[in-house]
Ligand binder design. Structure first.
Ligand code: 9G3
Length: 573
């Protein structure tokens, strides 16, 4: 490819709306352009990278027995009604009608479609296990698309669905995919950690997210610095404390006037008590029922964990009126002592706070010397707090660290949630009809491209791993107009192309500095400079974009040297 022909409209300036490196660089390197909020057109360089990522994914999916197919993007509402999910997802679902007024959605995911397909065409245990996947656009009408393709409204996903006879079969498919994901991310040059996550609405119980640790990440992850435990903070387990003693020395609880003292800060300052001596009570509505969640003052309630413990479909903070009705006091004075008619869910750490301060369930009133067990009990005791860095690892006791993560892949054990709902069964050896046991496995392909840039860039631009680079090599003649340099460049261009190297020739009539700047911005792994001095000695200069290799080689040894370098620097599984 010649730079004079390549459509790669580079930008000198960083576009205002791009806040993170990958979004800035995808735009500045002329790899993509915004169509609308959260929707992108991939220009030639961007599409070449995506195709390479997809090819690596295909190789690894096929190696595990995956069969690629392509499903409709437009999905009929009927299927989503059968699983009850048509109404479960609100605004996020892109809905549309056809000319006859029939309802459809732009596919945000394909559990319904693929299960309906299997329901129709799979009848016997002999046909299982079955691993079916596609790579195509998905649509989710994010309320706040941001960070370019990292949180887009239209994005490319590989989604594979596994169909097995039983849980044991699903377990095999699940760990096959886990292994394939580990290989894929290593091959595209990404350092990822598989973290335990909460499977949320999708159903099932076991799920892992493949996270790229990066500041730009939207997910909060904690990981152990001593063992390989890692978890999304929605799931990360807190190590339970020793239960409180009898506390017989604690005087009876007593009310204390705390006029207008509503927040934790005001309370700790007003009473001169440390936050970890306070129990905090938050009133929620779970599926419309009020519940009181109690955590230690300095801890953060984790709503995903609370929702899971309650098995609730909807969980919202109770409004002032409900708080008033349930506690008898305005917001800010809720406490567990004497709280009637509402379920109390307590984090174990809240039940370990002796001689505590708690809301008094009366306006401008708190209680002190509150003793757990003696003065209040919980209906349910469960880990409902968000784990933080510095805490002990629940697996090995080591110390947990926290990080932000970009989720590039997620694998789920679905069980029979969809096969039951849609009647996808198979006849086992005894001729008994049994529900097919499913799993689903996604990779954000466009998000993976962005994550690679997040992990591989510097101030000058992108540093593509060889395995996904849009081209392997760029030839930069200092002066293309100079006859010697042009001839050497053209000859090298021919020979490298003939050797199967993906090469760009910068044949533009531009100053050398501009060409070098663009070569660094676009991030080609290897640059061959053809300059007058070296050429006099029949040599050219090789420089790798990651700065680890810089050599002068004779013109006639260049092809061999470049092919060897590409071989040595392509990330293996
Ligand atoms: C929807 C909308 C948004 C959604 C979903 C459905 C996320 C939805 C979860 C999954 C689970 C896995 C297969 C590939 C890997 C992920 N957001 N999820 O089901 F209608 Cl609007 O998609 N699906």
């Amino acid at each position: 490819m010649r730079m004079s022909q390549l459509l790669a409209p580079t930008l000198r300036e960083t576009p205002g709306e791009a806040e993170i490196p990958s979004h800035q660089l995808l735009l500045r390197a002329g790899m993509m352009r915004k169509t609308a909020a959260g929707m992108y057109t991939y220009l030639p360089l961007g599409w070449r990278v995506l195709r390479k990522i997809m090819e690596i994914i295909r190789e690894e999916m096929d190696a595990k027995g995956g069969q690629e197919l392509l499903m409709s993007i437009v999905q009929p509402a009927e299927l989503w009604r059968e699983t009850g999910r048509w109404d479960e997802y609100g605004e996020e679902m892109f809905r549309l009608k056809d000319r006859n007024g029939r309802e459809f959605c732009l596919g945000p995911t394909h559990e319904e479609l693929i299960t309906a397909l299997v329901r129709a065409d799979v009848r016997s245990y002999r046909q299982l296990p079955l691993l079916l996947y596609q790579i195509a656009n998905k649509y989710r009408d994010e309320i706040r698309p941001r960070f370019g393709v990292i949180r887009g409204r239209e994005f490319i996903m590989k989604d594979l669905y596994s169909f097995d006879r039983d849980e044991a079969g699903l377990d095999q498919s699940y760990w096959k995919m886990y292994d394939a994901y580990t290989r894929i991310f290593r091959r595209v040059g990404l350092t990822t950690r598989a973290v335990e996550a909460d499977s949320g609405a999708i159903g099932g119980d076991v799920t892992h997210e493949f996270m790229v640790l990066a500041e730009a990440g939207e997910a909060a992850v904690v990981y152990c610095t001593s063992c390989d435990y890692a978890a999304n903070t929605e799931k990360a387990e807190s190590v339970a404390p020793a239960p409180a003693g009898p506390g017989s020395a604690v005087p009876p609880f007593e009310p204390v006037a705390t006029p207008n003292v509503r927040t934790l800060d005001e309370l700790t300052r007003f009473l001169g008590v440390a936050p970890d001596r306070v129990v905090k009570t938050l009133i929620y509505e779970a599926d419309g029922q009020p519940v009181a969640a109690v955590v230690r003052g300095d801890h953060e309630l984790n709503e995903v964990k609370l929702k899971r413990v309650l098995g609730a479909t909807t969980l919202t903070m109770a409004g002032a009126a409900v708080v008033e009705r349930v506690t008898g006091a305005p917001v800010g004075f809720a406490g567990p002592v004497g709280l009637k008619g509402v379920r109390i869910i307590a984090d174990p750490w809240a039940l370990a706070v002796e001689d505590a301060v708690a809301g008094g369930n009366a306006v401008d009133t708190h209680l002190r010397h509150v003793q757990p067990g003696r003065d209040w009990q919980a209906d349910v005791v469960a880990d409902i707090r968000t784990v933080t860095a510095g805490e002990p690892c629940p697996r090995c006791g080591g110390t947990l660290a926290s990080a932000r993560g970009i989720e590039v892949g997620q694998i789920f054990k679905l069980g029979t949630k969809y096969s039951q709902a849609l009647g996808a069964t198979y006849l086992d050896e005894q001729g008994q009809a049994r529900p097919i046991v499913m799993g689903c496995y996604g990779i954000g392909v466009s998000r993976t491209m962005a994550a690679i840039i997040e992990q591989h860039h510097d101030d000058h631009g992108i540093i593509w791993p060889v395995s996904v680079a849009p081209y392997h090599v760029i030839i930069v003649p200092v002066m293309y107009e100079d006859k010697q340099q042009r001839e050497a460049a053209e000859q090298l261009y021919e020979e490298l192309s003939a050797a199967g190297v993906e090469v760009v020739l910068d044949d533009r009539d531009e100053r050398a500095g501009v060409k070098f700047k663009d070569a660094d911005l676009l991030g080609f792994p290897l640059r061959i400079t053809i300059g007058p001095k070296a050429l006099k000695e029949g040599q050219v200069e090789l420089k790798s974009r990651d700065g680890r290799m810089e050599e002068r080689v004779p013109l006639d040894a260049t092809v061999q040297r470049v092919v060897a370098w590409i071989e040595d620097n392509t990330p293996q599984a």
